[in-house]
Design a protein around this ligand. Structure first.
Ligand code: FE
Length: 253
């Protein structure tokens, strides 16, 4: 497991943990935000990476911050499958959309830790990370119906969850935006609900000052130019129910 520092001003740090070569499982990024003595991990992943992400996180925090929060963008197994392990081995409070609160226990949540699973209201919320306000912004239907992204006003990173996911290339940062589209297109056309959703998201995030967009899978977008190109691309993409014409057909007919 490799880690790289995306932002560091002394009291505030954003660290990317990344894992490649997980076999059939989709490549995933885990992100750690540290402010002073408090830390939050985002979308820590499933059982396959649990041990490595936990030990890497604890070693990055050694002698400094305490892991206080776990952010879960949505309910997919690559996000939440190991939630019970995190709650059992640490004191974290885990946050997930209120829509999924009663589904997560199906991943095997011990009664002991159930009260540390907290709902994010549909409209989003601000979480105080040791004095730094992190925004949980709505990203519903991108792709999950109960879905959130995290905007960090200190580093100006937008953690976009599955939006911006790319699969099949081996670089960590996008350098050639046009060439990168081939690794994003298929996923977004099929997994994202509709262009109407994309346009609503684009209008919302254009009101934020964003220096980096960091998805949970694949490469990140650094700098205003790539950030804006990505938002424009989302805004113009036909996806999901926009492309239904050839979907509803009885197989074999
Ligand atoms: Fe997902």
């Amino acid at each position: 497991m490799a880690s790289s520092i995306l932002f560091n001003n002394g009291t505030h740090k954003n660290i990317l943990l990344e894992e490649f070569g997980t076999g059939l499982a989709v490549q995933a990024n885990q992100h750690l935000v540290i402010h002073g003595d408090s830390a939050m991990i985002l979308d820590p992943g499933g059982h396959k990476v649990y041990n490595k992400v936990l030990s890497e996180t604890l070693s990055l925090l050694r002698g400094g911050a305490k892991l206080r929060y776990l952010f879960l963008s949505h309910q997919d197994p690559d996000i939440v499958a190991a939630c019970n392990g995190w709650l059992m081995t640490t004191d974290v409070e885990a946050y997930i959309s209120a829509l999924w609160l009663r589904f997560i226990p199906h991943f095997g949540l011990d009664r002991l830790v159930e009260d540390r699973l907290k709902p994010i209201p549909d409209a989003g919320m601000t979480l105080d990370l040791g004095g730094a306000p992190l925004l949980f912004v709505p990203a519903h239907y991108l792709h999950s119906p109960g879905n959130f992204q995290v905007y960090d006003p200190v580093s100006r990173i937008l953690y976009s969850g599955d939006l911006g996911a790319s699969l099949g290339m081996d670089y960590r940062e996008v350098t050639d935006f046009d060439d990168h589209l081939q690794y994003m297109e298929g996923f977004h056309r099929r997994y994202i609900a509709s262009n109407r959703t994309m346009r609503a998201w684009a209008a919302m995030v254009r009101t934020l000052d964003i220096e980096m967009i960091a998805p949970q899978h694949g490469a990140l977008f650094r700098g205003k130019e790539h950030v804006n190109r990505f938002i424009d691309w989302c805004e113009g993409l036909a996806c999901g129910v926009d492309l239904l014409d050839d979907v509803y057909k009885i197989p074999g007919r």
